[in-house]
Design a protein around this ligand. Structure first.
Ligand code: IPE
Ligand code: IPE
Ligand code: MG
Ligand code: MG
Length: 332
């Protein structure tokens, strides 16, 4: 128990280390997010503050800034695009916590618990609009379309996953397409957005998009693993929601597919029984399914790093490589 908060602090220190070279940008991103709160009317400032001040890893703005820096650009536009990407992310989380019936986010009650589902749904909508309003201030329709496409894809991914809840025949290919849509696409857009601001060539933008995609795939596999075997004190959010909501994630798919007929029946009956969560988790650990999932996440992280090979060594490239390493070892 006592070691958990320390873990969280250690993780925070690791992140700060990773972000060291872009710290001033992230500070300005925070200001841009604060501005969204202060220019709101009525209850909006209070609710936006609640969500924004709770903090988060700010990974998406970091990707935008690092990608732009990789192309030699340091403009305020990277802050605007980064802030927009974080608003899209925050809006998605507000809605996702309602869908997943989660009560804790960033170490405190979710916006839905604090303000009610109805307010949280509407505030999520509000944040999406603020995100696209920020993007439109840059006056580049390609950027707006990039994030519109990824937000559309994200909604599609969430809907597809919801539609397949409690369906135990979910295939690996379906799972991979869910996490591509709901997580990897936005990270790819952040990298492509930075590349666009830096006016990188289409090949370079594609390479950075591959980095973002592979990072996102690794990121969501780790997230799904943490949901099963992580610590709430470290992640600061409600865990074990995927099992409770009938979402089959990678370790569960690996375990299901390696079982013989009799064990598989037993496993499927455990999945339908809320009392059997700890049995499933023990089984996942003992069978090596967790380890295999982590290996798959590492593969994606390596692919992400491979996508950076064509760029000369530089501080942003090192940071992006380090972020890919961090993603697979994180506990938060
Ligand atoms: C959580 O993302 C949602 C997923 C895509 C798994 P983050 O882990 O990046 O959320 P923050 O850091 O709490 O904002
Ligand atoms: C949702 O995935 C992530 C989105 C991009 C919507 P999760 O449901 O696993 O995210 P967390 O675990 O609640 O952060
Ligand atoms: Mg969730
Ligand atoms: Mg999760």
């Amino acid at each position: 128990m006592t070691t958990k908060p320390v873990n969280r602090q250690q993780e925070q220190a690791k992140l700060e280390d990773l972000y060291q070279s872009i710290f001033p940008y992230l500070l300005q991103t925070e200001r841009a997010l604060q501005d969204v709160a202060t220019r709101g009317k009525g209850m909006i400032p209070e609710i936006v503050q609640y969500v924004v001040q709770a903090g988060g890893k700010r990974l998406r703005p970091a990707l935008v800034v690092l990608s732009a820096q990789l192309g030699g650009t340091q403009t305020d536009d990277a802050i605007t695009v980064g802030a927009a990407s974080e608003l899209i992310h925050l809006a998605t989380l507000m809605h996702d916590d309602i869908v997943d019936r989660a009560s804790l986010r960033h170490q405190k009650p979710t916006a839905a618990v604090e303000f009610g589902d109805d307010v949280a749904i509407l505030l999520g909508d509000y944040l999406y609009v603020e995100a696209f309003s920020l993007l439109s201030s840059i006056n580049d329709p390609v950027l707006i379309e990039l994030f519109a496409r990824s937000t559309r894809t994200m909604c599609q991914g969430e809907i597809n996953q919801v539609k397949r809840r409690f369906q135990l025949d979910l295939t690996l290919a379906e799972y991979l397409s869910f996490i591509d849509n709901k997580t990897a696409t936005l990270m790819a857009a952040c990298m492509r957005g930075g590349a666009r601001l830096a006016r990188l060539s289409s090949d370079q933008a594609t390479a950075l998009g591959h980095y973002g995609y592979n990072l996102g795939m690794a990121f969501q596999i780790i997230d799904d693993t943490l949901d099963l075997v992580g610590e709430e004190a470290a992640t600061g959010k409600t865990l074990r929601t995927d099992l409770a909501n009938g979402k089959l994630t990678l370790p569960l798919i690996y375990l299901r597919d390696k079982l013989g007929a009799a064990d598989r029946e037993r496993f499927l009956s455990y999945l339908k029984d809320p009392e059997s969560v700890s049995r499933i988790i023990d089984w996942l650990k003992e069978s090596g399914a967790i380890r295999e999932g982590l290996r798959q996440a590492s593969n994606f992280a390596h692919q992400a790093q491979g996508a950076l090979h064509s760029f000369p060594a530089s501080s942003p490239r090192s940071s992006l490589n380090a972020i890919a390493d961090y993603i697979v070892t994180r506990t938060r």
